[in-house]
Write a new protein. Structure first.
Lengths: 178, 707
């Protein structure tokens, strides 16, 4: 008897358990998404693509402007793509005009700093140093790096925002380690 | 994690209620980088400020001008494509006296130092962080505090105090705001008697001088500049300026601090100006009236843009200008925009703003544009004066060229004007009369004159931009007449007049656009006519006059290009003679022996250089402005044929010399010029000092006959 009841209970429990499981699956998914998000963010920071300015931006986001960060980042990429194209053109047309190259890169750097794109900023700084020294070779090399970082960052952030949308607007990724 | 967040939360939560200030503080944010603009805007909104953004400095300036009381604080980027952030800073400081904070990713020492020297309240590094923005209200408060001080002395000191000092970073301690709140509100509403502030006022020091906050409006500033010009920039002391300005409620301290800013401003300008003298010449393009007309519009726009002129003035000018399309002025209007830009961009040429020609009657009275006073002579800025003497209004524009130079509106009409000396371009002055002014822009020198110009007239303006030193006049110019205008854009212009011109005549108006002109007048020209004028604009101008011309002669008109003007004047002479230009042997010395120029009438010669055709013969024209100086010799010019001779205008340009050229009888001769007989006259031509001018002009001697 006891056994039977035990079994019964356990089956009941099982069923309860399973029903419980079902109901929590979405949460589980969400939390796994969240975890993914957190990891992605962490990696962005750890790898130096982003810095604390990005955090500040996230803090600025609130109910009144829930997609602020995404909007700013989109704006940034739009502007910066144009700047990158300008730099490219300038290099082709008048590569020795270090003065104007420097000005363009400065603009790009400032823009990047507003969203906390740390690696890009660093690459821009290097670029500017080469400009100062009038080292065309160095300029070209560092420009390649700037472009690469630009596209890498863009991809990563696109992923990030996608995940963020999936996780739900109310959820903010917890900052990991920062 | 960051302090920001904690701040934010604390601020939002705890201090929301009592903390009224700086909530709602109105900030104008200017940055060409849209990303940064969006981020900083959001941050400011988070601080509960009221934010307006602008991605163009020029638009920001016009916003500020239109709504004087609408903003409490300005945050601006340093590197912007349409206008340098520092320049914006200066303009705001001079016109509106609002606190400005600079931002940049570039934090090198010299950049920050530049910010400080231009009057920035603070300098933020990009990327801007929330914490930094939280404290910016202190700059507003600080400024207001001074103002309040005296006011309200009533009762509680607390009321006025704005300054609550914020000691710690955590901004907004709740206590703080009460006091500030009061003050803030005060500002807005004239104080409500709030006593609540709990005295926090700390250090407010009642004894500090109270000065009501003065807003240096365009008119007030113009008055200030006028006063300074009258006294002479070196001798301008606040006390005397105050007396001259005679504005009730203005204290010596206000004037003193404004004067200090102004001096710095001028210093900067003159430094820049010197470099760019040459700039203008290139800018000036052909003269021509058409240009003028256009320019006028241009100018206005440019001016408007530059903010130099206040909107109303601009509108007025615009009307005027447009009304007289033909203005003759060749004012140097050079593309203003070009100039403008140039000037805008750093250092650019001197302020450009050069000359704007306005159509006549310009504003009544005010001349807009202020021209900054140059340290050296002060120029009075031109004032627009009503048409020039001489000139006919109508068309001819009276050019007023106002030069605007850097923003400073000034109108200085001074009467007396003396010739303005403009030295530097600055212009002008006019004598009453509106005369024109010259606006000149350009660094140039002109200077001129120096001499008297009697009469009103004239002014001359010279507008000119560009280099040109026009000088005009110098010398006597008698009578009204004005003369000479020179507008010139570039190049020389010259003077005109100089020399006497008796009679009104305008003499010379040189319009010049480039090229010299004229001279106009130089020499006497008896009788008016002249006018020269150039009438016409355009063209002409050649100077008309130059020389003598008896009868008006205008002769000489050299019109540059355009038109051949001349003649219009009619009479006499016929056609103007134009002068030909002769090549002068370099300046200096002129001229070889007397020049004789023969003048042919020429038809207009095109601007200098050209010895135009005149028919054979020499011509000399003095063309262009330049006055050569010849000393000695009496030259008679006469054409071998007996035809006209051209007389060079004597221009004296600067310098000494006066010339006199008398042309021997004038005789109507055929041709312009004077004609006539051979006589001898002495022409003193002074060569312009500016060699650049000469470059422009090429003269050729064709033949000189000597008697």
């Amino acid at each position: 008897m006891a056994l039977a009841s035990h079994r019964h209970i356990s089956s009941c429990l099982c069923s309860i358990h399973s029903s419980l499981c079902y109901s929590t699956r979405p949460e589980m998914e969400r939390s796994s998404l969240q975890r993914q998000l957190a990891n992605l963010k962490k990696s962005l920071f750890d790898q130096g693509n982003l810095d604390e300015q990005f955090d500040q931006l996230e803090e600025l986001q609130d109910d009144a402007s829930p997609n602020f960060v995404e909007e700013v980042v989109t704006l940034f990429f739009r502007d910066s793509s144009r700047l990158v194209a300008n730099i490219e053109q300038a290099i082709e047309k008048s590569p020795r005009d270090y003065g104007s190259l420097d000005a363009l890169v400065h603009q790009l750097k400032d823009s990047a700093s507003s969203i906390g794109a740390a690696k890009m900023m660093k690459e821009c700084t290097v670029f500017r140093e080469y400009c100062d020294k009038r080292n065309l070779e160095g300029c070209l090399r560092s420009f390649q790096k700037v472009k690469k970082e630009h596209s890498t960052l863009r991809l990563k952030l696109e992923n990030y925002f996608q995940l963020l949308r999936q996780v739900g607007p109310a959820e903010k990724a917890t900052r990991s380690g920062n | 994690m960051s302090a920001g967040s904690s701040y934010a939360s604390s601020k939002l939560e705890s201090d929301r209620v009592p903390d009224k200030f700086p909530v709602g503080m109105k900030v104008l944010l200017v940055d060409d980088d849209l990303t940064c603009l969006a981020v900083v805007k959001r941050m400011l909104l988070h601080c509960q400020y009221d934010v307006t953004t602008c991605s163009e400095a020029t638009r920001a300036l016009s916003l500020l001008r239109e709504n004087k009381g609408a903003f409490d604080l300005i945050i601006s980027d340093v590197h912007m494509p349409d206008m340098d952030g520092f320049r914006l800073l200066e303009l705001v400081g001079l016109e509106m006296d609002l606190p400005v904070i600079m931002m940049s990713g570039d934090t090198r020492f010299n950049v920050v130092m530049k910010g400080v020297s231009h009057g920035a309240c603070d300098f933020l590094t990009k990327p801007v962080r929330m914490e930094e923005l939280q404290n910016i209200w202190q700059h507003v408060v600080r400024r207001k505090w001074l103002d309040f001080k005296e006011i309200e002395r009533s009762g509680s000191v607390e009321e006025a105090d704005l300054s609550r000092q914020v000691t710690d970073d955590s901004e907004y301690a709740s206590t703080v705001n009460d006091g500030i709140d009061c003050s803030w509100k005060y500002q807005k509403k004239k104080r409500d008697a709030k006593e609540e502030d709990d005295n926090e006022l700390d250090n407010i020091d009642p004894s500090s001088s109270k000065k009501p906050r003065v807003v240096w409006s365009v008119e007030l500033h113009q008055q200030f500049v006028n006063a300074v010009n009258q006294l002479g920039i070196d001798k301008a002391v606040p006390k005397r300026i105050l007396e001259l300005m005679n504005v009730p409620g203005l204290t010596r301290e206000n004037v003193a601090s404004h004067l200090q800013k102004f001096r710095l401003y001028l210093k900067r300008l003159s430094g820049v100006a010197q470099h760019h003298t040459g700039l203008n010449s290139s800018l000036y393009g052909a003269s021509s009236n058409a240009k003028v007309g256009q320019l006028g519009r241009f100018d206005f726009q440019a001016l408007a843009v530059s903010g130099q002129i206040s909107p109303e003035t601009l509108a007025a000018l615009q009307d005027e200008l447009l009304g007289h399309p033909p203005c003759n002025l060749a004012m140097p209007a050079i593309e203003q925009p070009v100039l403008q830009q140039a000037s805008v961009q750093q250092n650019n040429s001197v302020t450009f703003e050069r000359g704007i020609a306005f159509g006549q009657p310009l504003l009544k009275g005010q001349a807009v544009s202020s021209f900054p006073v140059w340290p050296t002579n002060d120029l009075g800025a031109l004032g627009s004066a009503s048409n020039l003497g001489g000139l006919n209004t109508s068309q001819n524009s009276n050019m007023l060229v106002t030069m605007l130079q850097q923003p400073q509106p000034q109108t200085v009409p001074s009467e007396s004007n003396h010739a303005i000396n403009v030295q530097r371009s600055c212009l002008v002055n006019p004598a009453k009369s509106s005369n024109k002014f010259q606006v000149q822009g350009n660094p140039m020198h002109i200077n001129q004159d120096s001499k008297i110009i009697s009469s009103q007239s004239s002014a001359n303006f010279q507008a000119g931009n560009a280099v040109v030193p026009v000088i005009q006049d110098s010398v006597v110019v008698t009578s009204h007449s004005s003369t000479s205008l020179k507008t010139g854009s570039n190049l020389f212009v010259t003077n005109h007049r100089s020399t006497i011109l008796p009679s009104q005549s305008l003499t010379g108006i040189s319009l010049g656009n480039d090229s010299g002109l004229l001279k106009q007048g130089s020499i006497i020209v008896p009788s008016q006519p002249l006018n020269s004028n150039q009438a016409g604009s355009n063209s002409i101008l050649s100077s008309q006059n130059s020389m003598v011309v008896p009868s008006h002669l205008s002769g000489s008109l050299r019109t540059d290009k355009n038109i051949i003007p001349i003649t219009h004047n009619s009479s006499l002479n016929n056609s103007s003679l134009l002068v030909n230009y002769n090549r002068l042997p370099t300046q200096s010395n002129v001229m070889p022996s007397s020049m004789k120029h023969v003048v042919d009438n020429l038809a207009a010669i095109d601007s200098f250089s050209v010895p135009v055709s005149m028919n054979s013969q020499v011509l000399s024209s003095t063309g262009s402005s330049t006055s050569w100086q010849l000393h000695s010799t009496d030259i008679s010019i006469s054409h071998p044929n007996g035809t006209h001779c051209l007389v060079p205008s004597s221009c004296n340009i600067e310098a000494t010399d006066r010339l006199l050229v008398k042309l021997p009888d004038k005789g109507p001769g055929k041709n312009l010029g004077f004609v006539g007989k051979v006589g001898h006259f002495r022409v003193d031509i002074v060569l312009p000092q500016v060699s650049s001018d000469l470059k422009k002009v090429s003269f050729g001697w064709r033949h000189i006959s000597w008697h």
